[in-house]
Design a protein around this ligand. Structure first.
Ligand code: BES
Ligand code: MN
Ligand code: ZN
Length: 467
């Protein structure tokens, strides 16, 4: 982990000082506060993700665009990104409250993170200090830095190409990352999945030489029981309903939901929160082959329901179904599932918003946790008229309506609802849009895997622990 320290006066030996520039000018209770006009003459602006460097006295000021109101996480992330080639950076957040200092600490690590494990590093910044108001004593940024590190670790796993990441390998990584934490990890291989009746995960995994797994991570902190399910398709070719070449690019990210719930439960355990969490990662590689499931095949899922698979590319809902069924049997208090489930989510909400569906208390609980942690999520309906589209002639339901293009994200939501109890507290988060960022990095969002929804899940657990 990079060194991030809290100080109340910028160290003499650090030459570069980053400060937020808002619509009202430079925000810093330092000797530079009166320099807004000078900086504006140099072209400094409040536009987020812009930076202007101004040599001043013995220091170099970096005026970082921070919009109208400063979001300290995003500001600090921009600051470290613009300062990544410097040896050391002071970030002036003397206007920040205690909570905002913690957000800034998170932002420092998130902003420096690049999907770079297959490239030589372009980051030289090792020493970061956050210059905070002297009245803020007893501040602790350990939890913030730990969470940010978990997010970075999840991003790295999500970014890993599928030739280096398959179901059993993901299970090994989960075991390794759980070391030293108060959690237990249980891994179900194919034989065990068979014994346990997990027909969805097995069916999707059939086509691959690298068999499927269910990974269970349990943390017992007492209190309410939160169940998490993550979609872990290490690569989604579409199976026999093969994707066209261009749509297949990026399908290494199709295990983002699994990495997300892993990072969340580990961060929750690391904080010793007073909740109990069971996270189920439903992991398979969706490949076409002589053994692959065919369109028209019928699978028997963990909860006994039968599914006629009309499109093998709607595989996420099949693996998720088994995870949801297990948590339902366990009678957990709330279920939240996270999945890069549908391309339709991107059509509906673009690439920066996740869609929330479900019933009972969970959707509102997730929405409010997302708002607190500044993650963009939007509640979507499950319109009753869409449910009959999944009626099957020969099984309990189909996995898609062939030929239908309307409301794809919502139909997927309806499918999942068949594997939780009616009116129970359940939220489904479709992260197909924001799970990865194809464009340039911005604020705390890196290029590639974003790690979206981890902060929301940890915040949700924190809120549950208080009630
Ligand atoms: N993994 C995809 C969804 C996806 C698409 C995620 C694009 C990220 C970007 C999922 O398994 C899938 O293929 N869904 C199909 C469903 C369809 C067959 C009903 C889709 O969205 O086309
Ligand atoms: Mn698919
Ligand atoms: Zn998929």
């Amino acid at each position: 982990m990079r060194k991030v320290t809290l100080v109340s006066i910028a160290s003499d030996n650090i030459k570069h000082i980053a400060m937020p520039m808002t619509d009202d000018g430079l925000v810093a209770a330092s000797t530079f506060a009166g320099q807004s006009e000078l900086l504006q003459n140099y072209g400094a602006s409040s536009k987020p993700d812009t930076a202007v460097q101004v040599p001043l006295l013995e220091k170099v000021l970096l005026a970082i665009g921070a919009g109208k109101h400063i979001d300290y996480r995003e500001f600090a992330a921009s600051a470290t990104r613009f300062g990544k080639k410097k040896p050391a950076l002071s970030i002036d957040i003397t206007s920040a409250t205690e909570l905002e200092v913690q957000q800034a600490a998170e932002g420092c690590l998130l902003g420096l993170d690049t999907p770079s494990s297959y490239k030589t590093s372009e980051v030289s910044l090792q020493e970061i200090e956050l210059v905070v108001d002297a009245s803020l004593t007893g501040l602790d940024i350990t939890a913030a830095l730990n969470l940010a590190s978990r997010i970075c670790a999840a991003r790295e796993i999500i970014n890993t190409p599928a030739n280096d990441l398959w179901p059993a390998k993901l299970a090994e990584l989960v075991t390794a990352q759980s070391a030293g934490l108060p959690v237990t990890v249980e891994i179900w291989d194919e034989a065990k999945l068979e014994q346990e009746g997990c027909g969805g995960i097995l069916g999707v995994g059939l086509g691959s030489d690298r068999g499927p797994r269910l990974i269970k991570i349990s943390y017992n902190g007492g209190g309410q029981h939160l169940g998490l399910v993550g979609k872990g398709i290490t690569f989604d070719t579409g199976g026999l309903s093969l994707k066209p070449a261009e749509s297949m690019v990026g399908m290494k990210y199709d295990m983002a939901g699994a990495a997300t719930v892993m990072a969340a439960v580990l961060a929750i355990a690391e904080r010793n929160l007073a909740v109990t969490v069971t996270a189920l990662l439903c992991v398979a590689e969706n490949m076409p082959s002589g053994r692959a499931m065919r369109p028209g095949d019928v699978l028997k899922m963990r909860n006994g329901k039968t599914v006629e698979v009309l499109n093998t590319d709607a595989e996420g809902r099949l693996v998720m179904a088994d995870g949801l069924s297990i948590l339902t049997e366990m009678k957990v208090d709330h279920i939240v599932d996270v999945a890069t489930l549908t391309g339709a989510a991107t059509i509906a909400l673009g690439t920066r918003y996740a869609g929330i569906m479900g019933h009972g208390a969970a959707p509102d609980l997730v929405s409010s946790a997302a708002a607190t942690s500044s993650e963009a999520m939007w509640q979507m309906p499950l319109p009753a008229e869409l449910r009959p589209l999944l009626d099957s002639d020969i099984a309990d339901l189909t996995n898609v309506k062939i030929g239908n293009r309307a409301g794809g994200m919502l139909i997927a939501g309806w499918f999942l609802s068949e594997f939780v109890e009616k009116d129970s507290s359940w939220a489904h988060i479709d992260i197909a849009g924001p799970a990865n960022n194809d464009g340039a990095p911005y604020g705390s969002t890196s290029k590639g895997a974003s790690g979206v929804a981890i902060r929301t899940l940890v915040q949700l657990a924190e809120n549950l622990a208080k009630n």
